[in-house]
Design a protein around this ligand. Structure first.
Ligand code: FAD
Length: 397
């Protein structure tokens, strides 16, 4: 039996349930990645990071005696075509939550049926599957604290084993990888499971400093694992398990729960990037193009806001505290529509994804899950508190 493993945003071999199951049940496994032109061009930074992650996955698979077939086009059509070429009987892939991904899953299932292929989707995007935990009388959790309690008490799945060998059938045309796209941020992190695992190992030595240090803007004492979680170069479950073996890691693991929280919100409310989530949220935003331009270019004259926006452009990443301050400033001080801010972040962020970007923007704008929707972060006070030496502002001036 031959199975195709269609990689999407699970670009890793460790704790990859689709890959592990295929390797355990099929005699031959064909790993596939399809560059989808419909998804390219939204963010040059993420296009580059994706390319690096795919190139790394190919190397990692080659190290296991296999390879990665790389195609370009509609992932459903390309998968079906490859299945015909290699005589595959099954397709394994990771389940995802976005509208686009869910449509792709439905199409792949329908096309699979037409071609007598068994198509299966596997968990792994989050620690606890979106849609699994439900409060009494509701379809999903709207407030973080009760979700966190349920999430902590839930039985997590066991990690998938690392396949020793990925037996590729002979003669498969693997395809060439195009040249690496340029990206836009000069200091952006590099993609790929190999770098991700090095970073994770380094971070685990610091995890107990997270509680005291995670708001220290200049100290830069967060994990910076978010782009790797975004593209699945790391499994969030593996990260949580590894952290929990270290003392004092609960505050960090709680942040991973925020990630799961927004995934289950987006799963239940797919319009999250365009529509106010909270019923009755007040929305009268201004459309002040000049103020928005000053904000996005880091020219507001408010030092901490400008520094955050410069960091975003330079690194394709911004410290969480700066994200809160810049987003609050745009929406609560300038009164500009959160959807514009969301679009700007989505363009630059290596970790930019629909659930976390939209969920956090709505939280900050007061249209989302914040139980105190009128809170505003005073930029001056935030700077005094979280950048008292002024080093962050200076670094990103
Ligand atoms: P750490 O502090 O080390 O946390 C570990 C992990 O926990 C992160 O990698 C991330 O996966 C998760 N996490 C931490 N904080 C949050 C949070 N508030 N919500 C959800 N998950 C969290 N995160 C994204 O991954 N993608 C986005 O598009 C995104 N957009 C944001 C937009 C705004 C306006 C704000 C305020 C926050 C946004 N965040 C987003 C959340 C958070 O800022 C980043 O996840 C975090 O800064 C990433 O850095 P880190 O990996 O060092 O995080």
């Amino acid at each position: 039996r031959t199975a195709i493993v269609l990689f999407t945003r699970d670009l890793r071999v460790h704790d990859n349930p689709a890959l592990a199951t295929a390797c355990a049940t099929a005699e031959q496994v064909v790993p596939l990645f399809v560059f989808d032109p419909a998804l390219a061009g939204r963010s040059p930074n993420r296009d580059r990071f994706l390319h690096q992650s795919v190139a790394d996955l190919r190397e990692v698979l080659r190290g296991r005696g296999s390879d990665l077939v790389v195609r370009s086009g509609d992932p459903v059509a390309e998968t079906i075509r490859l299945a015909g070429e290699v005589g595959a009987e099954g397709v394994a892939a990771a389940a995802d939550v976005s509208n686009y991904a869910r449509r792709r899953e439905r199409r792949l299932t329908a096309e699979g049926e037409r071609h007598r292929l068994s198509v299966r989707f596997f968990p792994g995007l989050t620690i606890v599957d979106p849609g699994l935990l439900k409060p009494g009388g509701g379809d999903h959790y709207r407030v973080f604290s009760p979700y966190h309690r349920a999430w902590t008490a839930a039985k997590w799945r066991a990690e998938a084993s690392l396949p020793k060998k990925v037996p590729l059938p002979p003669g498969v045309e693997v395809g060439r990888l195009a040249a690496e796209p340029a990206g836009e941020s000069p200091d952006a992190a590099r993609g790929g499971e190999t770098v991700a695992r090095q970073r994770l190992r380094g971070w685990l030595g610091n995890v107990e400093t997270y509680e005291d240090g995670h708001n220290d803007l200049a100290g830069d004492r967060t994990s910076r694992l978010s782009p790797y979680l975004r593209f699945g170069c790391l499994s969030p479950l593996e990260v949580a398990h590894a952290a929990l073996r270290k003392p004092g890691s609960d505050p960090f693991v709680r942040q991973l729960c925020w990630r799961d929280f927004y995934y289950q919100v987006a799963y239940a409310f797919p319009e999250i990037s365009t529509k106010a989530y909270r019923r009755g949220a007040t929305e009268g935003w201004k459309s002040d193009g000049a103020a928005f331009d000053r904000w996005r270019e880091g020219r507001t004259g408010v030092p901490i806001v400008d520094a955050g926006m410069h960091q975003l452009r330079r690194e394709g990443w911004m410290h969480n505290r700066a994200r809160l301050v810049t987003a609050s400033y745009l929406t609560k001080d300038l009164g500009v529509d959160w959807r514009l801010g969301l679009g700007e972040f989505y363009h630059w962020l290596l970790d930019g994804d629909v659930p976390n970007n939209s969920g956090n923007w709505q939280w900050t704008a007061g249209t989302g899950n914040d139980t105190r929707p009128y809170r505003r972060f005073n930029p001056e006070r935030q700077r005094e508190r979280y950048d008292p030496s002024g080093s962050y502002v200076e670094r990103y001036s």
